[in-house]
Design a protein. Structure first.
Length: 307
């Protein structure tokens, strides 16, 4: 469902997956595995960002982290992006018409004469619309908010990979690959290739992630790999309390205060002995204190006539 064209349905599924992977520890490995299988088929940039966040947050093994990096490279395509796109554009600047020499055939018209024909034929190959990898397409369309999410995901998995792998060479290689992807995205954002340039906020976010990976301090590791997950836990707890409060209010609204078959009392149609209990007690006490009880009854001719 994450690769569905219906973005609303895919968003509901993604929200359910996010809550399930947070609450059920025993299902995390299975959910991560299934998300890696459908990651390349996601068409919506909003769903892609959410899937990136989940993979970056809950990939805990060395194999899963390497699989995430592989899928990101697959979705990004050839790098550096700017150089590869320029080469691709230069490769398309060929002569539009290709002249070929074909065999001459004798063509006879209905009148019995030979028809004029040329030995040269021009053929123009049909230009097929190229299918770009999903992440590369998002970036070339100018949606660099997903690039900021990708930078955060790469930072998380790189810091986690450094903590899991003890070999220094592999640590440096993985961190350098993550920084290379961020740098090529920054280069693309500041070039003229995308439809919209990268925003300053996205530049700051990616630059911050580059700085974090260049230093790899324990404080930044705690912030990216622990505080973010605790924030999600607090958000889900607050959402659950809000839902309980909303259900409580709904149940209180359902309590019926007046039955549909209760009679309606009309003050003008009630008897005098019943009117005393129906009238406003504050008004009656005020009139009694002022000594205007009889005057009120006389001033109400409609009630006297009806009674």
């Amino acid at each position: 469902f994450l690769s569905d064209n219906n973005e609303a349905a895919a968003a509901d599924v993604l929200e359910f997956v996010r809550e399930a992977i947070q609450r059920f520890d025993n299902l995390r490995m299975l959910i991560v595995e299934k998300m890696l299988e459908v990651f390349h088929a996601i068409k919506s940039v909003k769903i892609y960002r959410g899937a990136l966040w989940i993979l970056g947050e809950y990939c805990s093994t060395k194999e899963d982290i390497q699989s995430v990096m592989t899928e990101v490279r697959r979705s990004l395509g050839e790098i550096p992006i700017v150089e590869s796109e320029i080469k691709k554009e230069a490769g398309e600047l060929k002569p539009e018409e290709e002249i070929t020499v074909g065999p001459v055939q004798k063509l006879v018209t209905e009148m019995g004469t030979y028809a004029t024909q040329s030995a040269l034929s021009s053929s123009r190959p049909a230009k097929k619309e190229e299918e770009r990898p999903p992440l590369r397409g998002f970036l070339l369309d100018g949606d660099f908010f997903v690039a900021a999410s990708l930078a955060t995901t790469l930072t998380k998995i790189a810091l986690r990979y450094v903590a899991l792998v003890q070999e220094k060479k592999k640590q440096n290689s993985f961190v350098a690959e993550a920084m290379l992807l961020m740098a090529t995205i920054l280069h693309l954002g500041k070039s003229s290739l995308p439809k919209k340039p990268i925003t300053d906020d996205d530049v700051d976010r990616i630059s911050l992630c580059l700085k974090v990976l260049s230093e790899c301090s324990p404080l930044m590791n705690d912030i990216f790999n622990k505080e973010c997950r605790q924030s999600l836990s607090h958000m889900l707890s607050a959402k659950l309390e809000e839902e309980k409060l909303s259900q409580k209010k709904e149940s209180e609204k359902r309590n019926v205060t007046v039955q549909p078959d209760d009679p309606i009392s009309f003050m003008q149609l009630t008897a005098k002995n019943e009117m005393n209990c129906k009238e406003d007690q504050f008004q009656l006490s005020l009139l009694a204190a002022m000594g205007n009880t009889q005057r009120k009854e006389a001033a109400d001719p409609l009630a006297s006539k009806l009674n």
